[in-house]
Design a protein around this ligand. Structure first.
Ligand SMILES: Nc1ncnc2c1ncn2[C@@H]1O[C@H](COP(=O)(O)OP(=O)(O)OP(=O)(O)O)[C@@H](O)[C@H]1O
Length: 594
């Protein structure tokens, strides 16, 4: 994105803080005036002292006290308002970024790691806030101070003032060169921070795998490599800023020294008062100091623009909705769902994942989807939920093409129980209540009871108010599943999409979960992806999927009688279970005999 475009978009956020910026303009101008006043005071007091005018001393002291008070107040307000501007802009951008993150399409999420996206809302956001506050105000104040000091210098001695002018073009040049370098470096730095955040998220999310597989050293060395890149970029940043400051510092001080020598020469010749020379030196400080700071500040501002670029590129990402949908109750009517000749391929791969898939489900039916891994079962669900647009064909619900429905309306038909139960950090109550807008206490309790979760919840000290930890880590797998089922029960949507968990639970837990699922399925149309075929023998229809196609369609008895793919899958699974039982029996026997 071009710098002008980035600035223009940032301006949109800054405009909202116009009152604060007006306040900051006031404190900035007052600050400049107070700085100049110090130079004037220095010159006036020195000249008064050299002329022995002691009677003006009480006036000087009173004036100095008032100005000191003003300086104190102005510094406080300036600092406070700069911080407030940063904080407010960061807040607005964070809210907008979060809203965008909730709106982005599923394909975009497939291509972008959550850790990297997270860094836009943290480190990039921080950098932009700082850029729009402290850095920007210094970038505006310094040139004003420079110009004001220069005008004052001209009034004191125009020839001397011209010597100081030499530093101007040099600073612009230094700022330009180093600013560009800094922007590119900061861009890389933020990208590395993003990758690091993605990596950390993966590692922290996989604690048990890391520990069980002994991946600690491997991960540490991978982290160290990223860390080394980060150090390299941070050091480069330091070098660029250091070089900018050093070059501008050398030239600034050189100008300063030359000006002082020339000023001293004119004092010696009698064409400049000592007081004027002191004021001149003070003004030179206001001129050279900001000049020296400008390239570094410009470079840092460029870095903030780099961060803004990264945030805006996320803001420009494809979204699945224009505005976030209102929370609302699930739809309460449903008659039929039809997939006709649906073809689909993910944009990231050329492979056809669904190939002319057609089926029909009517209200109250249980339709099971089975088949080998990678056959396209989960993809089928994702298409029903509108996560991806289909490539060809048509999906309709109650005769309406889902492509013509809003995603909100479409998703109102479904309750979804995924294989990996995703619970949010918070209490059990919060997680169950996610199923329904304004769920009452009675409804939450009744959902928990139907999901066979109420007893274990009540055994916990805090009951429904028990904090479940990150993604529910303080609960067992079966408990998490039952909370997730309670949430789906409360949603009370007419169609249930159930991705049967593959993780084995112990018999009792399995029984409780299965029982809860049966209660959830009662009176609803259910599409279930089944991994254990024994759980779906009662289904009204079973779709066997293979390489993206439905190769068989019928109930258990029909498909068994047909003796083809389903029959093979079913008997193979039965044999596996039998051989597992045999292995268990053999193990038992051998442990008895030993
Ligand atoms: N987000 C994605 N981007 C690209 N390809 C994908 C994506 N998700 C799945 N696939 C591919 O689509 C194919 C079907 O995957 P899908 O998850 O639908 O299979 P499945 O039948 O549900 O498998 P399983 O039983 O193992 O869960 C696979 O080849 C998979 O690699």
């Amino acid at each position: 994105m071009s710098q002008a475009k980035t600035m223009h978009r940032l301006f949109f956020y800054m405009k909202r803080q116009r009152l604060l910026y007006a306040g900051l303009t006031f404190t900035m101008l007052l600050g400049v005036a107070l700085d100049l006043w110090v130079a004037w005071f220095l010159s006036t007091v020195t000249n008064a002292a050299s002329e022995g005018e002691m009677q003006r001393w009480p006036f000087f002291i009173m004036l100095a006290a008032i100005v000191l008070l003003l300086i104190g107040l102005n510094t406080y307000l300036d600092h406070y308002w700069r911080t407030k501007v940063s904080v407010n802009i960061r807040k607005d951008m964070r809210n907008d970024t979060m809203e965008q993150l909730l709106k982005v399409s599923v394909p975009y999420r497939d291509d972008n790691h959550s850790g990297e996206l997270l860094s836009r809302i943290t480190t990039d956001n921080q950098a932009v806030g700082n850029g729009c506050g402290d850095t920007l105000m210094s970038l505006i104040k310094n040139p004003i101070l420079i110009i004001a000091s220069f005008v004052y210098l001209i009034l004191i001695h125009w020839q001397l003032a011209l010597i100081c002018l030499a530093i101007g073009p040099l600073t612009v040049l230094i700022g330009g060169v180093f600013g560009k370098l800094m922007r590119s470096n900061t861009g890389k730095l933020q990208e590395t921070l993003g990758r690091m955040s993605a990596f950390l998220q993966d590692v922290l999310g996989g604690t048990s795998v890391v520990k069980t597989f002994g991946l600690e050293r491997k991960l540490l060395s991978r982290f160290s490599r990223q860390n080394a890149t980060l150090v390299h970029l941070e050091t480069s940043g330091g070098k660029i800023e250091g070089a900018a400051n050093s070059v501008s510092g050398v030239f600034g001080n050189l100008t300063f020294l030359i000006a002082i020598l020339v000023a001293a020469f004119w004092v010696a010749k009698g064409s400049l008062e000592v007081g004027a020379m002191l004021a001149f030196i003070q003004l030179m400080n206001y001129l050279v100091g900001p000049f020296m700071q400008l390239p570094g500040q410009w470079a840092s501002f460029q870095g903030s623009l780099g961060s803004a670029d990264r945030i805006f590129s996320l803001m420009d990402a494809p979204t699945e909705v224009e505005t976030l949908p209102e929370e609302r109750h699930a739809n309460n009517t449903f008659n039929s769902l039809t997939m006709s000749d649906v073809t689909f391929q993910y944009s990231s791969s050329g492979q056809l994942v669904l190939d002319s898939v057609s089926f029909h489900a009517t209200g109250g039916e249980i339709v099971a989807v089975v088949g080998a891994s990678g056959g396209g079962k989960s993809t089928l669900f994702k298409l029903l939920l509108g996560f991806y647009p289909i490539t060809n064909g048509k999906i309709s619900i109650d005769g309406n093409n889902i492509a013509d429905m809003s995603l909100h309306e479409l998703r109102g038909y479904f309750a979804y129980v995924p294989q990996e139960n995703h619970l949010f950090t918070g209490t059990i109550r919060d997680n169950i209540a996610d199923g329904k807008v304004d769920a009452s206490e009675d409804e939450i309790i009744s959902a928990a009871q139907s999901a066979n979760a109420y007893n274990f919840i009540m055994e916990m000290e805090e009951g429904l108010d028990t904090e479940i930890g990150e993604r529910g880590t303080r609960l067992s797998g079966g408990q998490r599943q039952r909370i997730s089922i309670a949430r789906a029960i409360l949603r009370n949507a007419p169609v249930l999409l159930l991705d049967e968990a593959t993780a084995a639970l112990d018999n009792e837990s399995e029984r409780l979960v299965q029982d809860a699922l049966l209660k959830l399925m009662a009176g609803r149309t259910t599409l279930v992806i089944a991994h254990r075929l024994s759980t779906i023998t009662h289904a009204d229809r079973i779709l066997v999927m293979e390489n993206g196609q439905i190769v068989e369609n019928g109930n258990h008895t029909e498909l068994m009688r047909q003796g083809e793919r389903y029959y093979q899958l079913y008997t193979a699974q039965l044999q596996k279970e039998i051989s597992h039982d045999e292995v268990r029996a053999i193990n038992k026997e051998s442990s008895f005999s030993s």
